[in-house]
Design a protein around this ligand. Structure first.
Ligand SMILES: [Zn+2]
Length: 235
């Protein structure tokens, strides 16, 4: 018996801290635990609700504005990249372009989605999305070699080097197109200006613009993007 009592004492010491000495204390402990576990309940007055709604609305508006601003910046930087492209590194992949030909004069009706698969990014940006290369950066603006200029997208004959003249505008300039089918035109009223857009007569690709301030005998100035041109020297 004594042995049993001696063995029971340590267990009672271990259990004692978890047994409340009275019912009241047990309830107080449970309430304390419940208070700890349960999240506090908040109630809002009408004024607070209005303030919270206004805050959320302004937050959403701010996030949307910032996102829009970033997209505009991304678009601007994209234009700058295209404009500052060094065309010396540009290679026109004629071998993988099934529409490129110096002899086929049939009109092409190719979607931009199809052109995007074929053309180098620089050529696509200028000729299909009507971007403009930065002046004095293209490889033909001050080039005076003898030969023929073709469309960089489809190989259509556009200009002879005899019709090229030194212009101070920073883009390759011609006073005459090679034949009536070489270049076609359409009005361009973008950027708050009234201009005449010049396009390839075969594929409709953007070449540049046509102005009336050129030299004799035509008085025309075909202001072209170097990226839209593919030059082949006379043999
Ligand atoms: Zn073309």
């Amino acid at each position: 018996m004594q042995m049993l009592l001696l063995r029971a004492v340590p267990y009672s010491v271990l259990i004692a801290p978890f047994v409340c000495p009275c019912k009241q204390q047990v309830c107080a402990s449970k309430q304390a635990i419940r208070k700890f576990k349960e999240p506090p309940k908040f109630t809002f007055s009408n004024q607070q609700t209005m303030k919270l709604t206004a805050f959320l609305f302004l937050s959403v508006l701010t996030v949307a504005t910032l996102q829009s601003s970033c997209q505009n910046k991304a678009h601007l930087s994209e234009n700058i990249d295209v404009a500052s492209t060094n065309t010396d590194s540009l290679t026109i992949e004629k071998s993988t372009n099934p529409y490129y030909s110096h002899t086929d004069t049939s009109t092409l009706y190719i979607s931009n989605a199809e052109w995007k698969k074929i053309l180098p990014p620089d050529v696509y940006a200028i000729m299909r999305e009507k971007e403009t290369e930065r002046s004095f950066t293209g490889k033909y603006w001050d080039f005076m070699g003898k030969g023929t200029y073709y469309c960089a997208s489809c190989g259509n004959k556009l200009f002879r080097s005899d019709a090229k003249f030194a212009s101070s505008c920073g883009w390759p300039s011609f006073f005459e197109q090679l034949n009536p089918q070489s270049v076609v035109y359409q009005p361009d009223n973008t950027y708050g200006m009234r201009r005449t857009e010049a396009l390839c007569g075969r594929c409709g690709g953007h070449l540049g613009h046509l102005f009336d301030d050129g030299p004799p005998p035509t008085g025309k100035r075909y202001c072209m993007n170097s990226i839209s041109l593919d030059f082949e020297p006379d043999k």
